[in-house]
Design a protein around this ligand. Structure first.
Ligand SMILES: [Zn+2]
Length: 108
C-alpha cells in the first residue's frame, strides 16, 4: 500500500470516528433537558479554565454524566445560556437542531 493510499485511509477513518462521536453526542444531548444540553456543550467548547481547578465543573459532575445544576459553576453556565436558549425558541429553532449544527462545526 502506498503512503498516499494509507494516508487517505487514515483520514477517512478519522472522519468516520468524528462522525461517530457527533452521532453519540447528538443522542446524548437529545436525552436531556435542552437548556442543560446547551450549557454542557457550550461549557465544553468555550471554557478555557482548568475544569478541575479554576472552573470546578468536573467537581460538580458525578459518575461522569450526572450534573449537579444547583452548584455554582453549573448554575452560572445555565444562567449564561438562558438568553440564547430563549432566543432560539423565540425564532422557532430547536435546541437539538442548534446543537447538531454546533457539533458538526469544528472548534479549535
Ligand atoms: Zn470549565
Amino acid at each position: 500500500m502506498s503512503v498516499i493510499i494509507a494516508r487517505e485511509k487514515l483520514l477517512r477513518e478519522i472522519e468516520r470516528s468524528k462522525l461517530r462521536k457527533v452521532i453519540a453526542d447528538t443522542e446524548y444531548f437529545a436525552s436531556m433537558d435542552p437548556l442543560e444540553a446547551l450549557a454542557i456543550h457550550l461549557h465544553d467548547h468555550m471554557c478555557k479554565r482548568d475544569h478541575n481547578g479554576w472552573c470546578n465543573w468536573n467537581y460538580e459532575v458525578k459518575d461522569h454524566n450526572v450534573h449537579d445544576w444547583g452548584r455554582e459553576t453549573h448554575k452560572k453556565w445555565l444562567n449564561s445560556c438562558k438568553p440564547l436558549h430563549d432566543n432560539l425558541l423565540a425564532q422557532n429553532i430547536s435546541v437539538d437542531n442548534y446543537l447538531q449544527i454546533l457539533l458538526l462545526t469544528p472548534i479549535n
